[in-house]
Design a protein. Structure first.
Length: 367
């Protein structure tokens, strides 16, 4: 049984942002009605054995919607349009941004911090040397734990969104890290090492009782083989391997944190349209679920792919904001011929849901 809670438009996203601030491990499901009198209504859904309501959704209406649940609960749901007894709804998995935990803040570690943050990972660094921990903070890590590797990693719970990268200054520290990491759930675990050192580490871990399946799944030597030499090149090879795993396994945030923060701003009083891709065909560049905020003056936050299709959606959104409608679905079509005429690399077609964030009373900042 799933627990459903409705919180319209801007209040819904404030609740979502607050929920992530408090419960970063649990995945949610977002449902949006696409038709009928309830078009535009949004629900947050969580798998709950206790049936407890989401703390942020005050006064929420509780309902049940059948026909959406996947074979593996929320994790089995494929983002897209679903037919239900309540009509068509757009269902999307909501999960935290992928987390990159870097053990060690040497030259490669500092390059990893910058690149992983740029690629959209939440970056956590564990480093036992205060000077190097300070360098990690200055390089843009979102969180730095200056403690022994064992104690630092004990404070990180792991999860299916978490990527562990071990690159300490010595073999014994690597071992300490891996012993802690391999106790946890994770999406990816890798260690920077030569082939010989990697083989010895696997053997040592097996001698310590670590399951062979876990030692064999360890990414070491770490990174894709691109003959990397500099710290930046090595970091790129590692990040590329992490991205490969992330996209292969469907891991990643479905709503840009910048979008959530913009919606939650108490001082923001002008109307916005929230654009979400609900259907994609052909070679359109962005996936179903990608979002963008559009203001009446054309200012945007995020992107649904750029180019002519995005410009078409922006224009439609600006016209939409001038009317009293709360919801609208628009189609942007760029056939192969049109794409070639415009010099575009991508073409295809996208169907975009526009939701008005105008009919909202004074919002409350959830953080």
């Amino acid at each position: 049984m799933w627990q459903l809670e409705m919180n319209m438009n801007r209040k819904y996203y404030e609740a979502l942002y607050a929920y992530f601030k408090e419960n970063q491990e649990e995945e949610l499901l977002s449902l949006t009605y696409l038709e009928g009198k309830r078009a535009g209504e949004k629900y947050l859904v969580k798998a709950s054995e206790t049936g407890e309501e989401l703390k942020a959704a005050e006064g929420a209406e509780i309902a049940e919607i059948e026909g959406i649940e996947g074979s593996q609960g929320i994790q089995g749901v494929i983002t897209g349009i679903k037919e239900t007894s309540c009509g068509r709804v757009f269902a999307e998995r909501i999960c935290r941004a992928p987390v990159c935990v870097i053990c060690g803040a040497g030259h490669v570690g500092l390059a990893m911090i910058r690149l992983a943050a740029f690629a959209g990972f939440e970056v956590i660094v564990v480093e036992d040397r205060p000077v190097f921990a300070d360098q990690a903070r200055r390089s843009g890590a979102h969180r730095v734990i200056c403690d022994s590797f064992e104690q630092g990693l004990a404070r990180i719970p792991g999860g299916r969104q978490v990527f562990f990268v071990v690159m300490t200054r010595g073999h014994r520290y690597d071992k300490d890290c891996l012993i802690e990491i391999l106790k946890k759930p994770y999406a990816y675990a890798g260690m920077m090492a030569s082939r010989g050192r990697a083989a010895r580490m696997r053997e040592h871990l097996r001698e310590l009782g670590v399951e062979e399946a876990k030692t064999e799944a360890l990414h070491t030597p770490i990174g894709l083989s691109i003959h990397a030499k500099t710290p930046e090149e090595i970091a790129i090879s590692i990040l590329a391997e992490m991205i490969e795993v992330k996209n292969r396994d469907g891991i990643g945030a479905s709503c840009d944190r910048e979008i959530l923060e913009q919606i939650a701003k108490k001082e923001e009083k002008e109307p916005w349209a929230l654009a979400t891709i609900i259907r994609r065909a052909g070679s359109a560049p962005r996936d179903v679920g990608t979002k963008m905020l559009i203001k009446a003056d054309g200012m945007t936050v995020g992107s649904i792919g750029g180019g002519c299709m995005e410009a078409e959606v922006i224009q439609a959104a600006r016209l939409f904001l001038g009317k009293s409608d709360a919801v609208k679905i628009v189609t942007a079509d760029m056939s192969r011929a049109d794409a070639e005429n415009e010099g575009m690399v991508c073409g295809g077609q996208i169907e975009v849901l526009l939701l008005s964030l105008i009919h909202i009373s004074e919002p409350t900042r959830p953080y």
